[in-house]
Design a protein around this ligand. Structure first.
Ligand code: BTN
Length: 331
């Protein structure tokens, strides 16, 4: 924990009275000047700290910031979040997590950012990441599983996001193959999992998770070619980002442990339970053209099982799946 986090903890546990600079300096074994420097830094982050001559400091209000110490405290996970890196701004939490992984960071390390300047989406797209409203996080895993099973982790994180949206925000979330979470047909969350492996061995996997929490209509880019939404737009209420993140990390830990013990089947079944295109007619748009058929579930490695009209089963490895609603969609 940094001295800034420690000072913040002291302010929080003493919020009903003043705490003197001298006492803080004594408790944390830092100079009075260092205390003052950290108070100044906290104010710059948006903390309202009252200073009264001869009494000391008192925390009046805190901004909605994701701080490492807050995320770690009360998390109660054994693996996920033992190390948390919380950044005010970064290019991409996936890029940061990859760097940390290459430098030897432990499994379960979590990187979160308040804002991403180059948030990455699937297929080289950009992920809009304005400051202070959403969740942008990446989790480092080092699973001892065959390389071809790594895509299964995408479904695991999709189930954890969907369950968190239900638990914390009381929203009915649906998953869309391969890596989207939708609410009322609009995308609320996207996943970008990246792997570093040799032929036979996974070095690490980065689970990248973006969830639109408190984003306003005008913060979505006009260029989006799909409907998108946020928790705030769906419920009319803003969501506590810290509570959402902690619930998500606990859920992820629980499903990851189950996955390592029991394999993919329980996760696959849960994912299929959240998928509303199962047993429905869909159109799959691929670079080379479109396929029509009925979604019948997931393959063991995570490919989509599509039953074509002539009864053949096609394994879909990439593409955009849309439900077919009218006859017109087939033309
Ligand atoms: C998609 O649906 O295209 C995937 C979007 C993934 C966005 C998240 S935000 C946190 C992490 N860091 C990134 O740069 N991307 C992922």
């Amino acid at each position: 924990m940094t001295s800034r986090d420690e000072i913040l903890n002291l302010f929080r546990t003493n919020s009903d009275h003043y705490i003197s600079g001298q006492k803080i300096s004594h408790l944390l074994k830092i100079s009075r000047a260092a205390v003052w420097k950290q108070v100044k830094a906290l104010r710059e982050l948006g903390f309202e700290i009252e200073a009264k001559h001869s009494l000391g400091y008192r925390l009046l209000a805190a901004p909605d910031l994701l701080l490492a110490s807050d995320i770690e405290s009360g998390l109660n996970c054994r693996l996920i979040g033992q190390t948390v890196v919380a950044l005010t701004e970064t290019d991409s939490t996936n890029a940061q997590a990859r760097q940390l992984a290459e430098d030897g960071a432990i499994e379960g390390t979590v990187v979160v950012a308040d804002r991403q300047s180059a948030g990455r989406g699937r297929l080289g797209r950009r992920w809009e990441s304005p400051s202070g409203v959403n969740l942008y996080c990446s989790i480092l895993l080092r699973p001892q599983i065959p390389v071809q099973q790594a895509p299964q982790l995408t479904f695991l994180s999709a189930v954890a996001v969907a369950e968190t949206l239900e638990k914390v925000c009381h929203l009915s979330a649906k998953v869309k193959w391969p890596n989207d979470i939708l609410v009322n047909g609009a995308k609320i969350s996207g996943l970008l999992n990246e792997m570093n492996a040799e032929t036979e061995q996974i070095h690490f996997v980065i689970l990248g998770v973006g969830v639109n929490l408190n984003m306003l209509e005008e913060q979505f880019p006009e260029s989006l070619n799909y409907p998108a939404t946020s928790v705030l737009l769906e419920t009319g209420k803003s969501v506590d980002r810290l509570m959402f993140l902690q619930t998500f990390l606990r859920c992820l830990e629980q499903y990851y442990a189950e996955f390592l013990e029991e394999g993919f089947t329980p996760i696959r079944q849960r994912w299929e339970g959240y998928c509303d295109t199962i047993n429905r007619q869909v159109r799959v748009d691929q670079g080379s053209g479109s396929l029509y058929g009925t979604v019948v579930g997931l393959e063991p490695e995570g490919a989509l099982r599509l039953q074509l009209d002539d009864g053949r089963i096609e394994r879909i490895l990439a593409g955009d799946v849309r439900p077919v609603t009218k006859k017109m969609d087939r033309e």
